[in-house]
Design a protein. Sequence first.
Lengths: 191, 191
Amino acid sequence: MTTSKSKQELYDIAGKLFSKKGYHGTTIREIAEARGILSGSLYTHISSKEDLLFHIVDDGAAAFLSALEPIVRGQDDPKTKLKSGLAAHIRVVTTQMDAAKVFLHDWTALGDVRRAQIQEKRDKYEALWSDLLAEGYAKGVFRGGDPKYLRILILSVGNWVYEWYKTSGELTPEGLADEFMAIILNGIATF
Amino acid sequence: MTTSKSKQELYDIAGKLFSKKGYHGTTIREIAEARGILSGSLYTHISSKEDLLFHIVDDGAAAFLSALEPIVRGQDDPKTKLKSGLAAHIRVVTTQMDAAKVFLHDWTALGDVRRAQIQEKRDKYEALWSDLLAEGYAKGVFRGGDPKYLRILILSVGNWVYEWYKTSGELTPEGLADEFMAIILNGIATF
DNA sequence: GTTACAAGCAAGCGATCGCTTGCTTGTAAA
DNA sequence: TTTACAAGCAAGCGATCGCTTGCTTGTAAC
């Protein structure tokens, strides 16, 4: 990342507020106050409020993509890829809760052009997951379950993490992925 | 529901806009325009913008609770209860997409008192699910999988439906519940 | 025919919104 | 010592926010 330290600090501050109160529920004056400057001074660093949103959301998209891509393109067996992929997704969410929530929650507040850019990256991420699962079915490692709804189930579980995860006293991303994988791989029914 | 027809129509209109643009992203003038009156005239029917939000969110909470409660308190076997419960949840989301999205998305914009009221109903709903799952484990119908994370997985899948469900050409709530249940009960791993 | 009231209009209130402008200041290179 | 510039302040712009007020109108009961 070529983003300077103070710029990143500003994104963190804005992300924290957007995450807590939503993009439209956060004012430029609140962001400036959290930064310790006046609202007008913010415009030395940004050109608009939407700029802040876009950078946060775009960084979030990049984090998800760069975490999953090497796993899908790698050589592990599908079961390992599935577990690693879910753990990677959960790690992105839990280690950047604010940015992840803004990415998942507020990206629709972007204008048409920038929202389309993010939509593209979301589609790309979804396609990576489809590839991962398709490989598992093709190699006979997975059976049953419609691939489409399996993908939806996995991403639902991964995305919803930001709604309930508390940073203290909780399982690690890998631990959480293990819990969910146990259910997804083996099911819960007795025979 | 004792809500008059025209009041409910207003909630529907507001719910649609809140769902699309968020609570803070929707203005009282937009709601009035969608209703075909001037913004000031809205206050013949409501006492504040937050009133609209609260009614929508509170109705949403009631819909989820009243759908799940008879299932949990009923006499079906746990496996049937689980499938019915998930189908009921998905039916609430898919038949009232706007209200469900506002309930899940924008309820935190409520003031302290009313947000606490909704939090209570959310906790109650979650407890119903815990009861349902606990019965399955107690009767030996479910095995493996931490009950806590099983509940989180189920609610994640059910809640995230509003993010991707399209009303046309999609499976019914029961069909979707079948798809997800096949994965959750039997898993996807080959042996 | 009168009364009563729900429903809406027209106008605009004070507050706050995102953002701009003109100016000052601290700092570091030349 | 001078120069240059990034960073921030002070003030306030026009627009829009949620909401209020005083008034009109359609309708239905008596």
